[in-house]
Design a protein around this ligand. Structure first.
Ligand SMILES: [Zn+2]
Length: 356
């Protein structure tokens, strides 16, 4: 972030990340934790303090020499907007440097609105959320939406059922509508990837998202997995029944189509069981130990989905006691994906690639 001169190098990001993780820490501890020299840490701390990102938090216990000054993050020194684009609405959150949600907003979108009109509305809502914050304190905007898309360019591909959105340069089109300071920008990623970034958890975990569609965000070995074309985690199009109903993707019997058919007749329990079968397949394929469920369909009946998916996992895993999988519902609820989108911008500030 060029507007954060103190953060131009990854050593400064590592120091800031360490201060955030420790809540309060000293220069001596920072040097030990980062492997930097005491002199390098002192210089970085001086720059971070001059930028207003950190401050002294009193004196720590002396270890014989002079008392150590403790340092802490100043959460309200920088701001990020995270946004999730649904087909019929956008969810936005204003997040501070510490990851705290300062405000949130649900923006209804006209069904079938053109990309241009939708982006105008989205940009206006982002502008309103940032209206009271000094422009130079804005780090950027993270935007999450359904794939397929290319997260490196922020360009959408052929989104099922939305032909007008094919090839839209979402990142650049939104950035052009915003008055962001130099160095701040827009980052675009899939909603499921943002979801897996929305809360810390196991190194090997999935965020399973049942909403307009069904997908999964994946973290393996502590790294978010996007695949070769930002297309990993197309979890909803695993075929469970070759003779099943036709799916929007063109196949028959995809998990997404089977869940949709069950929900169409009001059979939530059947949809939850089917989701459990899909999650069991995913766990057997990837050896996950944590699954977080999100999306509006899940949140409308969270205890049913959590309980049924956990029960199906116990039935279908060969040794459920040895291969324990924690199943939970996203703690941030309907804000989870927007919060994860903010994390796409915040992660690199703390030296975390891809927000992890
Ligand atoms: Zn399909």
């Amino acid at each position: 972030m060029a507007n954060l001169t103190a953060l131009r190098d990854h050593n400064a990001a590592a120091v800031l990340g360490r201060i955030r993780a420790a809540e309060e820490t000293s220069r001596v501890e920072l040097a030990a934790a980062t492997g930097l020299t005491a002199q390098a840490v002192s210089k970085i701390v001086q720059r971070l303090a001059a930028e207003g990102l950190i401050t002294a938090a009193g004196q720590g216990p002396s270890t014989g020499g002079k008392p150590r000054t403790l340092l802490r993050l100043v959460p309200q020194s920088r701001w990020v907007v995270g946004a999730q684009l649904h087909r019929d609405a956008a969810t936005l959150v204003l997040v501070d440097l510490g990851g705290g949600v300062a405000a949130s907003r649900l923006l209804p979108l006209a069904p079938g609105a053109t990309p241009s009109r939708t982006l105008d509305q989205l940009a206006a809502a982002v502008g309103e959320l940032l209206a009271d914050r000094p422009r130079e304190q804005v780090l950027g905007v993270g935007l999450a939406c359904p794939g397929p898309l290319d997260h490196t360019t922020g360009v959408l591909h052929q989104v099922t059922g939305r032909p007008g959105w094919d090839g839209v340069a979402l990142r650049d089109e939104l950035a052009a509508r915003l008055d962001l300071p130099p160095g701040a920008g827009v980052v675009v990623d899939k909603d499921t990837t943002a979801g897996v970034l929305s809360q810390p958890g196991s190194a090997d975990r999935a965020f399973v998202y049942l909403d307009d569609g069904l997908g999964a965000g994946l973290a393996l070995g502590g790294t978010v997995q996007r695949g070769a074309r930002t297309n990993a985690g197309e979890f909803g199009h695993q075929v469970l029944d070759l003779a099943g109903p036709r799916c929007a993707c063109g196949s028959h019997g995809c998990l997404e189509a089977l869940c949709a058919a069950a929900l169409a007749v009001g059979d939530g329990e059947r949809a939850a069981e089917l989701l459990g079968v899909g999650v069991a397949n995913l766990v057997r394929l990837l050896d996950l130990d944590e699954v977080v469920l999100g999306g509006r369909t899940v949140l409308a009946d969270p205890e049913r989905y959590r309980g049924t998916v956990a029960a199906v996992l116990r039935q279908r895993l060969p040794d459920p006691d040895w291969q324990r999988v924690e199943v939970s519902v996203a703690r941030a609820g309907e804000l989870a994906v927007a919060l994860g989108a903010a994390g796409l911008v915040l992660g690199p500030v703390f030296g975390e690639g891809g927000g992890l």
